[in-house]
Design a protein around this ligand. Structure first.
Ligand code: F6R
Ligand code: ZN
Length: 183
């Protein structure tokens, strides 16, 4: 029998429709400590959604050989001189790589290897980013509009957030005197 796929991707914004779509939102209050300076609650509400992730998972999550496909939506905003960003992580299985691609908006993909060498790539519609194994990755929205980024990665890659939470990235993207700078 020839049948329709049970999942659809809207390539204009990366949104997924269908079964087995996992969705998660992350609020500022959950990730306050990734920013260098304290969140000033008179400037930005800790309940603000910083980013949303959705991905197609066929229930073989964490199983070797599986793939996950999805998108991240990073909202515009700042905490003091830093732009809204994702927590960032190494993969639990360090050798696992990942593809990101820009769909909408503009931002930066910050990459850091295990020796803390950091590089940054501009993410914009059509940009394709290969994140090699052993490389931590974080998205930063440097614009005033939403940043949407597609992603495809191994289902068993896992996330190691602790290393970044304790050691951080060796560089930060900041708005200094109205300019985007890696410091
Ligand atoms: C999966 C991946 C992305 C991120 C997402 C949120 O390996 O890299 O789907 O998980 O952009 O970022 P984190 O996970 O760092 O909060
Ligand atoms: Zn990843």
């Amino acid at each position: 029998m020839i049948r329709n796929s049970n999942v659809k991707v809207d390539f204009t914004n990366g949104s997924l429709q269908g079964e087995q779509i996992v969705r998660k939102e992350t609020r500022l209050k959950e990730i306050q400590n990734i920013f260098e300076k304290r969140v000033d609650e008179s400037q930005v509400d800790p309940e603000t959604i910083v980013y949303e992730v959705e991905y197609y998972s066929r229930g073989e999550n964490h199983q070797p050989g599986g793939l996950l496909f999805g998108r991240s939506i990073l909202h515009p905003g700042k905490v003091n001189d830093e732009y809204f960003m994702t927590k960032g992580h190494f993969h639990q299985q360090r050798e696992q790589s990942e593809f990101y691609w820009g769909i909408q908006g503009k931002g930066i993909l910050l990459l850091m290897d295990e020796d803390k060498n950091t590089s940054a790539e501009i993410v914009e519609p059509g940009s394709l980013h290969y994140i090699p194994g052993y490389t931590a990755h974080r998205l930063i929205n440097t614009s005033d509009e939403v940043l949407i980024v597609g992603a495809c990665w191994s289902a068993d890659a896992g996330h190691d957030y602790d290393t970044i939470l304790t050691e951080g990235f060796s560089k930060r993207v900041k708005n200094i005197d109205g300019r985007i700078q890696l410091v």
